[in-house]
Write a protein that binds this ligand. Structure first.
Ligand code: R5P
Length: 305
């Protein structure tokens, strides 16, 4: 079956690269904004999608709200063009951290995003290191969460001696364990508390034996940098030698990078999952498109059988 890529504005270069990795033709998308601010898009040569596999590739940072709507429209347009399968590849899912009602009166925004992707016509959802994999159960189809902490930690090893892998909170333990077990390293986690009203993060010491050792901190998202800065300061205060951060999605809002520098972080390794790239001596990107392409290839192969 023929396969085509249609892309969102945040991730065009990466979508083209994925297209060549999985041997899919890229269809261009025309965009415009109506005078009242509403968005319009049109897939060019959409007739090619009929009885084909449409791979909709976009990522939801930056401009989360806009790119969410754009992604839903792309999926719907592919469906309306009679694609026989629509696969949504969205490395960064916006709103994934609001995965439960923490304070009464809140929505479960992550559930809403995942259900909307399905309702707009996606048969398959492929994402990368989603904050809480459990939210994918709301996708009534095939949903895959790809971990890339192994690739990130492998890169970190180039800078480290006798390293230990540390998750800054229990929620990040699974991605830390995945990388550590794959690479034969020790791992542990810290205990984090975040004030739900102010967002302020407090990290408590643990019995982690980091004294005199290098540390790689593994997390899914760096947003304000608060979590990683607090974890780094704590680890250095209990004797860690060097801190390298391996985080999947580098949102790095506001002064996040300065915060990390001040906290004594040696290097920040990020995956190319979002639509911004920071040019800063502290930051290095690890290309994870091959991980997505391999999964995409095997899913398409299964669908064809
Ligand atoms: C939260 O539990 C996440 O896993 C990240 O640790 C968090 O989103 C990072 O946010 P920030 O950089 O603002 O502390």
């Amino acid at each position: 079956m023929k396969k085509y890529i249609v892309y969102g504005l945040n991730y065009e270069d990466e979508a083209r690269e994925l297209g060549s990795l999985v041997n899919a033709e890229v269809l261009n998308v025309k965009h415009k904004i109506f005078p009242d601010g509403e968005r319009y898009l049109r897939i060019e040569h959409a007739e090619k999608l009929s009885n084909s596999v449409a791979i909709v590739v976009n990522t939801m940072f930056p401009n989360q709200n806009d790119s969410l709507v754009e992604t839903l429209m792309l999926i719907n347009a592919a469906r309306k063009a009679n694609a026989s399968k629509v696969i949504a590849v969205i490395p960064y899912l916006a709103y994934a951290r609001q995965d439960k009602v923490f304070l009464s009166g809140e929505p479960v925004s992550a559930e809403l995003v995942v259900k909307s992707l399905r309702m707009s016509g996606a048969d398959v959802l492929i994402t990368v290191d989603v904050h809480s994999p459990a939210i994918l159960e709301h996708f009534d189809g095939i949903a895959v969460n790809l971990l890339v902490s192994r690739e990130l930690v492998e890169k970190a090893l180039e800078y480290l001696e006798n390293p230990v892998v540390i998750a800054p909170d229990k929620g990040a333990l699974e991605r830390a364990r995945y990388a550590a077990e794959n690479l034969g390293l020790e791992y542990d986690y810290l205990v984090k508390h975040r004030d739900r009203e102010t967002g302020i993060v407090k990290i408590e010491p643990k019995e982690a034996s980091v004294s005199g050792r290098d540390v790689v901190i593994v997390d899914d998202i760096i947003s304000t940098g608060g979590t990683i800065a607090e974890a780094s300061k704590l680890l250095l205060s209990i004797g860690a030698r060097k801190i390298v951060v391996a985080a999947t999605h580098g949102l790095l809002v506001g002064s996040a990078l300065d915060k990390l520098r001040k906290a004594g972080v040696y290097r920040v390794l990020l995956a190319n999952t979002v639509g911004v790239k920071y040019e800063d001596p502290l930051v290095e990107y690890v290309d994870i498109l091959r991980v997505i392409a391999d999964k995409l290839g095997s899913i398409i192969e299964k669908q064809e059988k």
